[in-house]
Ligand binder design. Sequence first.
Ligand code: 6GU
Length: 292
Amino acid sequence: MRIDVVSIFPEYLAALDLSLIGKARQQGLLELTVTDLREFTGDRHRTVDDTPYGGGAGMVMKPEPWALALAAALRAGHGGADPAAPAPVGSAPVGTAGGGRPVLVVPSPAGEVFTQATARELALREHLVFACGRYEGIDERVVDWAGEHFEVRPTSLGDYVLNGGEVAVLAMVEAIGRLVPGVVGNPESLVEESHSDGLLEYPVYTKPAVWRERPVPEVLLSGHHGRISRWRRDRQLQRTAARRPDLVAALDPAVLDRSDRAVLAEEGWVVAGEHVVRADPSGHDAPGAPVA
Ligand code: 6GU
């Protein structure tokens, strides 16, 4: 997989040299470049922003440096070919090759929310480009122009505001990169983790068996794999009900066995047809409940 990040603060992305992602880059599993948007300016002050048409607070990123930077990223992904040049005879049409068109991820609190499903989807693509905006954002015509060359994905980490896309890109590249085959040494550690099955992870413990008068739950020392699996599943269900009722409401009843349903019932949730809903004696509809 190839990843290009464009930012006016390339130093922010230095953390991608570290840890799992840094190692994957050294091993050649990920080819990642970070470029400074200001390299694509033409004036003495290397200007990347200007005042907004229509007025209002803050500054807007100028379109031309972005178009030049993104075109350079496209060329890098084509092995240096001019993205505007006709495709060589016999080459696969865009969108039919394994990874499809390059994806342009535009981090923005106004984007679609990034989830584990987004990470899984993007981990299958061959070329990702991240455009880190600052100020009030990038001139919207860049997004329009980029749509001719990329699949454009305005993407948000959640409902809060960061000063720019860089921190969001660190999070997204880590979430995506660790799903690229070979990046995480033991692929089993990708299976049993939060969100992979729509539930939060169960609690974990290590030695000593008693720490500051607190014992590890006895079942975990039993060596009884069936009981341990059941205990862990119960803790996942309880924890998800307590912390993330939205995830419980999104569960497919088909994945819930009788024990699962019993645990959820104790937390106040019941299966009603195709949905898991709050067992609410008041009769008010729970979020996600089917309309009767
Ligand atoms: Cl992706 N960017 C910015 N600037 N703020 C955010 C965000 C992204 N996700 C949540 N807040």
